[in-house]
Write a protein that binds this ligand. Sequence first.
Ligand SMILES: Nc1ncnc2c1ncn2[C@@H]1O[C@H](COP(=O)(O)OP(=O)(O)OP(=O)(O)O)[C@@H](O)[C@H]1O
Ligand SMILES: [Mg+2]
Length: 209
Amino acid sequence: MADTSKPAIVHVEHLSKHFGQGTSRVNALVDINMVVYPGQVVGLMGPSGSGKTTLLHCIACILEPSSGRITLDDEVVYDEHWLKSDLRRLRLDKIGFIFQYPNLLPFLDGSDNVALVLGLAGYRSAEARARAVELLDYLEVGHRKHAFPRQLSGGEAQRVAIARARQQATHNLGGRADRAARFGACQNRDEFVAPDRRRSERSHHRRHA
Ligand SMILES: Nc1ncnc2c1ncn2[C@@H]1O[C@H](COP(=O)(O)OP(=O)(O)OP(=O)(O)O)[C@@H](O)[C@H]1O
Ligand SMILES: [Mg+2]
């Protein structure tokens, strides 16, 4: 459920993006405005070529817009140019991608696919794995934690991918719980998922109680 009493988690203002120049110029986005609140699920709909993926890539800081402004979790990240020097860090901290095709690593089982992200963020492997299993349990796919991606159903693989995306955006909670924002971008379906921040924080506090 969208929580409009909280600051928007995504705020796009007058965003434009063109590709190419002159006769080959394509105006993919023209003066786009959009607000997404914590807990809100937003689907982008439009004809092929209307700019859905381009918008998603701009918001996810993968593609540099041509003009406009993007604010993520109350922080302006783009205002006619990038305001953050480390976009890779920004993506790691705040953005989770859930692909329609889950893109799980085929040689790692479910728990290792999730734990990998925390390992990259510096967690000891035992702690990374414990957190991974906890989240897989929460998503009701914990019983398949030792299965490899090829052994999972489509929905189970999606849930493992969701767990991985959430872990990616949650690893920075310690000491920054009040600022932490987590949202996943389902790229192929051009859809944002902004999980309910309060619920995530409650489970964080439970874990540390
Ligand atoms: N790298 C690029 N260089 C030039 N033009 C591009 C590039 N990427 C996208 N475009 C053009 O920008 C427009 C928007 O593309 P985009 O991929 O955002 O559309 P879409 O809404 O996601 O379409 P679809 O539903 O087919 O996935 C299209 O006309 C596309 O051809
Ligand atoms: Mg697309």
